[in-house]
Design a protein around this ligand. Structure first.
Ligand code: HOZ
Length: 427
């Protein structure tokens, strides 16, 4: 479903922007149809160019944990704008931001602010390689850590959606330094460390996967990553760009009571502006120039407007928010499960905090080989039927949906009714 204004914009866009979008999954190709162009957003809702309202479960792919345009975040941005847009020089705001982040994440003793999750993971791995003086990195099939060359190897998110988990343009020599294992496979990880432990610089993991749909770690998986890295002198990196301050105030590591060597953050921590973080143990982060030999830089790194939004967001991460997120998300999970039961659909719901996926497969979905068995055609039909009813769900089977603190019980119940109808229509 697309209104005439969106269709016209999409046509114009495709003439000047590849696929008409600045990030592939937004093109709706995985679900058929064409994208709705968004004019504005508020709370739990998006408004299309023709004024139509959608209940939003994409949340800008994660950042909008309080809902859109929270007045305190907007006020912080407005205040910052008046003082200047970018200085390319240190600010008090950055110091305060780093102090707040390090207090929130015990694994982060020192940090750098960058502008995107891709930059964060790319830089974290460079530091890990510099620190260990090793080259090989380990990632898990279907996990997505941004679009750096050596991370686009059996990657999730849009890469999985469009059947390009190994992107063209990535030299084979780069990809060869990335070893890929199935997610949640503790034995495979042990065996790899047994045979190649001395070569491994780092293991990077989404501690709860969002980028092949929502998949939680099996008990012991994350613990074993940390323990094996420690034993073999490698660096454990939790990519919490999606889960950070989303599944708990201090991310999945707080929820699981774990302390990885390094952590990457983005999305929520930037309050909706381009801001991300990588950080970790002091001795690792001290490898960075100007005090160490590893180089990383950025004109807009620590940008004052973005950092102001991030600080305002951190201020809002209170217990009441997480209680509300849990209640609303559990209500949605229950309702979707009831709808699956009443329609007899071959589907399951997987959830961690306010991240959730309705998979069109009986489940459980534990890794990429489970996820790719899903009926993506039916997901496409279900998605279209949801959109028709004003429900904006991620336009790919392999992306998590996000509930926000702005979703009311009424919103959730309307979504459940729509989902049930869409399940019947998509059968
Ligand atoms: N990689 C993002 C979701 N996992 C997509 C971002 C976007 O299209 O905005």
């Amino acid at each position: 479903m697309s209104d005439s204004k969106s269709s016209a914009l999409f046509e114009r866009a495709q003439r000047v922007v590849p696929g008409g979008v600045n990030s592939p999954v937004r093109a709706f190709r995985a679900v058929g149809g064409s994208p709705v162009f968004i004019a504005k957003a508020s709370g739990a809702y998006l408004f299309g160019e023709s004024g139509e309202r959608f209940t939003d479960y994409v949340g800008s792919w994660g950042p909008m944990v309080f809902g859109h345009t929270h007045p305190k975040v907007v006020a912080a941005i407005e205040k910052a704008v008046k003082n200047g847009l970018s200085f390319g020089a240190p600010t008090a705001l950055e110091v305060e931001f780093a102090e707040r982040v390090t207090a929130l994440y015990p694994s982060i003793e020192m940090m750098r602010a960058v502008s995107s999750g891709t930059e964060a993971t790319m830089a974290a791995l460079r530091v890990a390689r510099g620190f260990t003086k090793r080259d090989v990195i380990v990632k898990f099939e279907g996990c997505y850590h941004g679009h750096a060359d050596f991370l686009l190897v059996q990657a999730g998110s849009g890469a999985a959606t469009f059947g390009t988990p190994d992107s063209a343009g990535v030299p084979e020599a780069f990809a060869r330094l990335t070893t890929v294992l199935p997610y949640n496979d503790i034995d495979a990880l042990r065996a790899l460390f047994e045979s190649r432990g001395k070569e491994i610089a780092a293991v990077i993991v989404e501690p709860v996967v969002g980028n092949m749909g929502c998949i939680a770690p099996v008990p012991g998986f994350l613990e074993e990553i940390i323990a094996l890295c420690k034993k073999h002198g490698a660096v454990s990196i939790f990519d919490e760009v999606m889960t950070g301050s989303r599944v708990a105030r201090g991310g999945m590591q707080a929820r699981a009571g774990l302390v990885p060597d390094m952590t990457c953050l983005g999305k929520v921590i930037g309050g909706g502006l381009p801001l991300a973080v990588y950080g970790g143990r002091r001795e690792i982060m001290q490898q960075l120039a100007p005090i160490g030999p590893v180089y990383q830089a950025g004109t807009l790194s620590g940008n004052p407007i973005a950092v102001s939004a991030g600080l305002a967001a951190i201020e809002l991460l209170d217990d009441a928010l997480y209680e509300r997120l849990e209640a609303a998300s559990a209500r949605l999970e229950r309702g979707l499960n009831d709808a699956i039961k009443s329609t007899g659909a071959s589907a399951c719901v997987q959830r961690c905090g306010s991240m959730l996926t309705l998979f069109f497969a009986p489940g459980p979905i534990r890794n990429w080989s489970d996820a790719k068995q899903c009926d993506t055609k039916r997901f496409g039909r279900w998605h279209a039927a949801m959109l028709q009813q004003g429900e904006y769900w991620p336009p790919s089977q392999f992306e998590a949906a996000f509930v926000s603190g702005a979703h009311t019980d009424e919103d959730i119940d309307r979504t459940i009714r729509a989902a049930e109808k869409a399940l019947r229509e998509s059968a």
